[in-house]
Design a binder for this molecule. Structure first.
Ligand SMILES: *Cc1c(COP(=O)(O)O)cnc(C)c1O
Length: 469
């Protein structure tokens, strides 16, 4: 979250609140609007407070037209009702809300099955606030396992490291910073925009706590080659004896691949995969606030990291960074699992993939753009301007699309492809074929104006884009 400052020097706001807002007697409306920089002196009627907050929020972007986010922007009304019914439940109070706790347990069991855990009964997992927390937990487990194997060398000098592609989501940089682990990045190279298995294995040494594989990359929607990575690490172990576990960051893909790419082996079927996370609030199809982390067996999650809370007279193991947390999202996850089943998820994700691949093709056909990916792994694709396009760049396109209400981020790739800037479209449930048609219409309408520009117009590329990968 941004770190905010205290109040600047403010003037009291002179204009009055519309006296019509919820006042039984509008004539007695307030004389002054409440201050926004300090706690108001007195209360407001609920209807007035509601209207003030509601009206200010009208200026937020339209979430459904936000093609930048991976996070769910539409759920069924029934899910909304269930969530409202659970607003008052604290996920940590397992004893007070045993049924909510049970629904969480069932979700973990369903995911263990979905991700082909060899022995679902001994697989352990938990809900989190999202993939970031899940990744922190998985990273901590990797680090603690390494520490236990290396008590003689740590903390006496040996510094643990974690290997990953330069395209990792920022939560992994945070993990390394917060938990004092050295990040080792595999750079991009030519047309390879994610981790290379051999390059990752080459970076490993006796201080490596694990390798992170991303399914799929937030930069371009591509899946990283998890099976090939495991094979490269098998070979490394054979050669050197160094045994490096793999964590799969399946924030998006762990809820796409099991339904659309059943032949792709990326999950617990690979013995080297120790843990997997996903964001329930991405392709898990739940509103923001839920993620999942699973470990293949008890050995993968050192017991001393586990915290016990009271549960029906006994105790229940928990693993989390925070304590109190809403139960509504977990309930909504269970609802969605129950509601869709495998076939339902397959249909929904296939629809998103169809929209993504169709839209990518139509953008390619416009002639001004070159696709980096085609939306056939995650329903996400990245594209850049074709070589002959010199009058405008991807930042101009992003800015002009925004004038039409479409939020499409433009950003520059990391090492070694800093020369490459792209636009990215994330197709989610609710971004229908109709909306995609309207998007192409708007984009085509902008092209003549863009082509007439004397040169690209965006000067401050960092300020031009809202991309947070
Ligand atoms: C979104 C994402 C994250 C962070 O997940 P949150 O659920 O937003 O906390 C981590 N890794 C990848 C690959 C992601 O796509």
């Amino acid at each position: 979250m941004p770190l905010h400052k205290g109040p600047q020097k403010h003037q009291e706001r002179p204009m009055s609140v519309n006296p019509f807002f919820g006042e039984a007697n509008p004539v007695a409306g307030m004389a002054e609007a409440p201050p926004t920089h300090r706690l108001p002196d007195g209360p407001l009627p609920p209807s007035t407070a509601y209207q003030l907050v509601h009206d200010e929020l009208m200026l937020d972007g339209n979430a459904r037209l936000n093609l930048a986010t991976f996070v769910t922007t539409w759920m069924e009304p029934q899910a909304g009702i269930l969530m409202a019914e659970c607003d008052d439940k604290n996920m940590i109070d397992k004893d007070e809300y045993p049924r909510t706790a049970e629904l969480e347990r069932r979700c973990v069991a369903m995911l263990a099955d979905l991700w082909n855990a060899p022995d679902p009964a001994s697989t352990i997992g938990c809900s989190t606030t999202g993939s970031s927390e899940a990744c922190m937990l998985a990273g901590m487990a990797l680090k603690r396992r390494w520490t236990k194997r290396n008590t003689d060398r740590y903390p006496g000098g040996a510094r643990p490291n974690l290997i990953m592609g330069i395209n990792v989501q920022v939560c992994w940089e945070k993990f390394c910073n917060f938990w004092e682990v050295e990040p080792r990045f595999v750079p991009m190279e030519g047309d390879r925009y994610h981790l290379d298995p051999q390059a990752a294995a080459d970076l490993c040494d006796e201080n490596t706590i694990g390798v992170v594989a991303i399914l799929g990359s937030t930069f371009d929607g591509s899946y990283e080659p998890v099976a090939d990575l495991c094979a490269a690490l098998d070979a490394l172990q054979e050669r050197t004896g160094i045994d490096v576990p793999v964590h799969v960051d399946g924030a998006s893909g762990a809820m796409v691949a099991p339904f659309l790419d059943e032949d792709l082996v990326w999950d617990f079927r690979l013995p080297r995969v120790a843990s997997i996370n996903t964001s329930g609030h991405k392709y898990g199809l739940v509103y923001p606030g839920v993620g999942w982390a699973l470990w293949r067996d008890k050995e993968s999650l050192p017991e001393e990291l586990v915290f016990r809370v009271n549960y029906l007279g006994g105790d229940m193991p928990t693993f989390a960074l925070n304590f109190s947390r809403p139960g509504a999202q977990v309930v909504a996850q269970y609802y969605t699992f129950l509601r869709l089943g495998r076939d339902g998820y397959r249909a929904v994700q296939q629809a998103s993939r169809d929209v993504a691949t169709g839209l990518a093709e139509r953008i390619e056909a416009l002639g001004d753009f070159r696709l980096l990916t085609r939306g056939d792994e995650l329903p996400v694709f990245a594209f850049t301007t074709a070589d002959h396009v010199t009058a405008y760049d991807v930042f101009d396109v992003s800015r002009r699309l925004r004038e039409n209400g479409w939020l499409v981020p433009a950003y520059t790739f990391p090492a070694n492809r800093e020369d490459l800037s792209v636009l990215r479209v994330v197709c989610r449930n609710g971004f229908s074929k109709d909306l995609a048609d309207l998007f192409v219409e708007d984009l085509s309408r902008l092209l003549p104006g863009l082509r007439r520009q004397p040169h690209p117009l965006t000067h401050d590329k960092d300020a031009a884009t809202s991309f947070h990968h």
